[in-house]
Design a protein around this ligand. Structure first.
Ligand code: HEC
Ligand code: HEC
Ligand code: HEC
Ligand code: HEC
Ligand code: HEC
Ligand code: HEC
Length: 259
């Protein structure tokens, strides 16, 4: 898939979202309460496919590669790949090559036949976009706490109950002792209950540098343009929520007091 496909996928829900917002404006706030009826989202992929990145930027003679996030996040935090190893948050943005992988870069940092299967297993990565099966997903995640959307796994609870213990770093230990309080992000609309932002769970998975100074510049105080419409377009909270982390359909996980 190319990036044009991505923007198209988002265009339709964007229009639907505007329509939904229009409806929402005319309704009492209580009626908004947590209901998904006013929002129109793209069809959700199967839980075992949510977070799959199909990498196909290069060559017509290589089958597309599937990178499954759930397979990897069981074992590593986002920080390992998106900070230490510098993988991009944009599909295709890393500019990987097979030569690099064989030399021990990109996927090859781990897929070297020691930490994980080696580069000679062409078809395990070049699987044409299939990704891991439902059977494999069921086997590895059966006992995980459930959620309503995305992977249908409550990853926060899985961490809290120590069902997974992902590695936090390969070489570069994360800093200690920074903000742990929940931030309350007031919606600009009256009648909409605020969203919470818990630093603790985010810093468990991520590095400060994944969010500061971009997309959240704390020196500027507040983040102009941060709203639901932007999230649906993959900005701010929508960098992760809707692609890898639980999606925006799960209103109450952010707007905790929404009815
Ligand atoms: C084992 C490595 C690894 C881990 C762990 C990992 N990622 Fe990724 N992530 C990748 C790779 C590789 C890509 C694709 C990059 C590319 O195409 O250039 C990617 C892409 C993404 C994208 C873009 C997806 C899209 O469809 O546009 C997002 C968002 C993302 N990752 C978020 C996360 C979050 C959040 C976590 C932790 C919960 C995480 N990643 C954990 C390797 C990883
Ligand atoms: C930080 C280490 C790490 C990185 C980086 C990494 N992987 Fe993995 N990957 C693993 C481990 C560990 C496993 C599980 C052990 C195994 O299957 O050998 C795994 C499993 C897989 C699997 C098997 C999935 C299944 O069906 O169970 C595929 C396919 C895969 N990785 C593809 C990739 C691709 C493509 C990249 C680069 C875009 C990548 N990985 C980057 C560590 C990594
Ligand atoms: C660990 C996962 C993994 C394995 C194993 C793997 N590849 Fe790749 N391969 C990739 C990724 C990721 C890319 C970059 C894809 C892109 O950007 O479109 C790639 C790219 C390619 C390309 C495109 C041109 C280039 O040089 O980048 C070819 C051809 C290719 N691989 C062939 C192979 C062959 C043949 C094998 C087995 C000997 C193999 N790959 C094994 C992940 C893998
Ligand atoms: C997932 C993204 C994310 C990560 C990771 C993250 N932050 Fe934040 N941070 C935010 C958001 C969102 C805000 C609120 C911004 C606003 O008000 O516009 C914020 C606000 C802050 C503030 C100002 C408010 C306060 O609580 O004092 C500080 C300081 C801060 N972050 C430091 C850090 C540090 C240090 C780390 C790493 C340990 C970190 N952040 C990791 C997203 C993140
Ligand atoms: C860089 C990636 C990233 C960004 C940006 C991000 N998050 Fe998250 N968030 C995560 C990850 C990873 C988790 C762990 C749960 C998961 O992956 O489903 C998480 C968990 C949460 C939780 C915990 C709720 C629960 O029940 O588990 C809340 C609330 C949340 N995010 C709100 C926000 C808000 C609000 C923003 C924007 C201000 C935001 N996040 C931006 C990655 C991100
Ligand atoms: C990942 C966290 C997250 C999820 C999930 C989420 N929201 Fe929000 N929402 C926010 C944040 C943060 C704001 C505040 C934006 C700001 O700074 O004004 C917000 C603002 C809003 C607003 C005010 C208008 C706007 O665009 O800012 C409405 C209405 C709203 N949310 C409704 C919902 C509904 C309904 C759902 C479920 C379908 C939902 N939200 C899911 C984080 C979230």
């Amino acid at each position: 898939m190319n990036s044009a496909g991505v923007s198209q996928r988002w265009r339709r829900p964007a229009v639907a979202f505007l329509a939904a917002m229009f409806t929402v404006c005319l309704l009492p706030a209580a009626a908004l309460g947590g209901s998904n009826d006013y929002f129109s989202f793209p069809p959700e992929p199967a839980p075992w496919s949510y977070g799959n990145v199909i990498i196909n930027t290069m060559s017509p003679d290589a089958k597309p590669v599937t990178f499954s996030h759930w397979v990897h996040r069981i074992r590593y935090t986002c920080r390992v790949c998106h900070f230490e190893l510098n993988f991009s948050f944009t599909k295709g943005g890393t500019g990987m090559t097979m030569e690099g992988i064989v030399e021990g870069k990109y996927c090859g940092v781990c897929h070297n036949g020691t930490a994980a299967f080696g580069p000679e297993n062409c078809n395990r990565c070049h699987d044409g976009g299939k990704g891991p099966s439902k059977e494999e997903f069921d086997k590895l995640t059966r006992d995980f706490p459930k959620a309503g959307h995305g992977n249908h796994i409550d990853w926060t609870e899985a961490v809290r109950h120590r069902l997974i213990k992902p590695v936090h770093f390969l070489h570069d230990r994360p800093p200690r002792g920074f903000p742990t309080r929940n931030l309350v992000l007031q919606a600009e609309w009256s009648g909409v209950p605020p969203a919470i932002f818990p630093h603790t769970i985010h810093r468990f998975w991520l590095d400060c540098n994944n969010c500061h100074p971009d997309p959240f510049n704390i020196k500027k105080k507040g983040t102009p343009g941060s709203n639901m419409m932007a999230y649906l377009n993959g900005k701010f909270c929508g960098v992760c929520h809707g692609k890898v982390s639980f999606p925006l359909q799960d209103c109450r996980r952010c707007h905790v007091t929404m009815q």
